[in-house]
Design a protein around this ligand. Structure first.
Ligand SMILES: [Zn+2]
Length: 547
């Protein structure tokens, strides 16, 4: 709540408004369900076609009627080909694990086939040949893939490419390795299923994963190598027997099946985010976007319905003399330091005030005003900020307590991070009582419970507001896609002299800022989460500017 003398009214107090979310999309309205009342799913998978998988493993699984998934390197099946043929007959799944098992060249054994020396086409050819050999040897088509060494890239440095899209194109699913969690239907990417190591573990270590999966309706995919009594890279038969008995106990409601079978069920449920849905979500965001500045090599907005120029006033008292352009020694573009590409860096607290014009850039509506403000911050508030209130963003025509929307860090360590939304001062605080003595002020602030700020990472901040100026305004405050709190009682109006309203950025702020975007609708929780996860950021929703 930084006080900016703009015209001639300033005081403290406020109203904060934050509200509950706006629309619920169809996906969240229904609930994903596993078949037959099951509460979680489990797949057992094994890599490399190790001898012990058919010498010991398949017999054990057959005894319990369990079907497992084996991601094979075709050549390694040859010494036990009859065993593998029998495994297929008994219903086990055969997946693809490449011909040469390429991994990073840091592993000496892979140097003839290191991923750093692969190109996407090399990988495509090898995956196709692997499938062909599996067909020739076993008469089945592999629809599941496991990333060798869990690595998903080819090339090196500037030439590195992800081969996840290739897997998405060629297979029903792709499984990782040494992951730390289960897969969540409705959110998971089939081309990047998480695989949890089963080698060297006792059932006591696996059981909590299953219990957690049952709580959350998730799908655990275990990944191992050898199967036996014990030893290097070995999934123990004792663990497997306990695990299978647990999974098969009807009380535990676990669906134990191959990766292909469960993947097909999840896909057919309509709950996975398809490419079509992603495009649909991006188009919705693009349609609602009114202002966006990437700070990639420039201070002016990349996209704006109104004036794209940044303005600098030398002090807060001199807003009338502000000039277009960035004109402060303390502020610069920090190359390659952004959440995406470059960032805006406030090196130290200064007098200069930066802003963009509000008009058209924020879809102000005197009858029913709604919108969303999204930005990314990177700083250590306690170490970087100087004493005093700090507002990374403040949008108002007068001051922080008069028809204003903002987020701030409080003035002393430890710093609280808050959302403030206050309509016309003369309505919500007619006596003009100062903020320190005014419970109406503090009661309307929403304080973030999550405060993950650090210099090493980026934190996403969103204000989503609706129905302002209707007598029934509301707003939601999100940090990293998670709702921190809402204010669903914002009755007072927000009366703006639109020509004077400004989008102030970095008031007293010290740290990095990136990806400031404003939308003309109140984004839902799902949309905020989509925005938080958006690969390559807002730029990727602008078709003409996509990377
Ligand atoms: Zn492997």
């Amino acid at each position: 709540m930084l006080k900016i003398p703009v015209a001639n009214i300033f005081l403290l107090t406020l109203f904060l408004v934050i509200c509950s979310c706006i629309t619920t999309n169809a996906q969240s309205a229904k609930t994903f369900k596993w078949p037959d009342g099951k509460r979680a799913a489990l797949s057992l998978s094994f890599d490399d076609a190790r001898l012990s998988q058919v010498d010991i493993g398949t017999g054990l699984f057959d005894k319990y009627g369990v079907k497992a998934t084996f991601y094979v390197v075709p050549d390694r099946m040859r010494p036990r080909l009859d065993g593998w043929k029998q495994a297929v007959k008994n219903g086990h799944e055969i997946g693809n694990h490449t011909l040469y098992h390429p991994c990073t060249a840091n592993f000496s054994w892979t140097r003839g086939h290191s991923l750093e020396n692969y190109k996407l086409d090399d990988m495509r050819d090898e995956l196709a040949s692997t499938n062909q050999q599996i067909e020739e040897l076993l008469g089945v088509t592999a629809v599941s893939y496991a990333y060798t060494c869990g690595q998903t890239f080819v090339g090196r440095g500037l030439d590195t490419k992800s081969y996840v899209p290739l897997i998405a194109e060629m297979f029903e699913s792709g499984r990782g390795w040494l992951d730390e969690g289960a897969n969540a239907p409705g959110y998971l990417d089939m081309a990047q299923l998480l695989g949890i190591e089963s080698d060297g573990k006792d059932f006591d270590q696996i059981k909590p994963l299953l219990e957690d999966a049952r709580e959350n309706g998730n799908w655990v995919v275990l990944a191992g190598h050898e199967i036996g009594a014990g030893g290097k890279q070995t999934t123990r038969t004792t663990m497997l027997e306990e695990l299978i008995k647990y999974a098969q106990d009807p009380e535990n409601d676990i669906w134990l099946a191959t990766v292909a079978e469960i993947a097909a069920y999840v896909k057919n449920s309509g709950f996975t985010q398809s490419d079509a849905e992603i495009i649909h979500n991006k188009k919705n965001l693009e349609k609602a976007l009114t202002f966006y500045v990437s700070f990639d090599g420039q201070f002016d907005a990349d996209f704006s319905k109104g004036n794209s120029q940044i303005f600098t006033a030398q002090t807060r008292d001199k807003l009338k003399e502000a000039k277009p352009g960035m004109n402060s020694d303390n502020i610069a573009i920090a190359e390659r330091k952004g959440k995406y590409h470059d960032a805006l860096e406030f090196r130290k607290k200064g007098q200069a005030v930066l802003y963009y014009a509000s008009e058209q850039n924020i879809a102000y509506d005197k009858n029913d005003w709604r919108g969303t403000i999204s930005l990314w911050l990177s700083l250590n508030p306690e170490q970087d900020l100087e004493p005093g209130y700090t507002d990374p963003i403040q949008i108002t025509d007068v001051g922080y307590n008069d028809a204003a929307l903002w987020v701030d860090f409080t003035d002393k360590n430890p710093r609280d991070f808050r959302m403030g939304i206050f309509g016309d001062l003369k309505v919500w605080n007619p006596e003009n009582i100062g903020p320190d003595d005014n419970p109406d002020f503090s009661n309307r602030l929403v304080k973030a419970g999550d405060r993950p700020f650090s210099r090493d990472k980026w934190t996403h901040v969103v204000i989503s507001f609706a129905n302002l100026n209707t007598g029934n305004g509301r707003a939601d405050f999100y940090v990293n896609g998670k709702l921190q709190g809402s204010n669903d009682h914002i009755p007072e109006p927000f009366t703006w002299d639109l020509a004077k309203s400004k989008i102030f950025i970095g008031l007293n702020y010290v740290g990095l800022m990136d990806e400031l975007a404003i939308f003309n609708k109140a984004l839902s929780a799902e949309e905020v989460s989509f925005l938080y996860e958006l690969h390559n950021g807002i730029r990727s929703i602008l078709p003409q500017k996509g990377y």
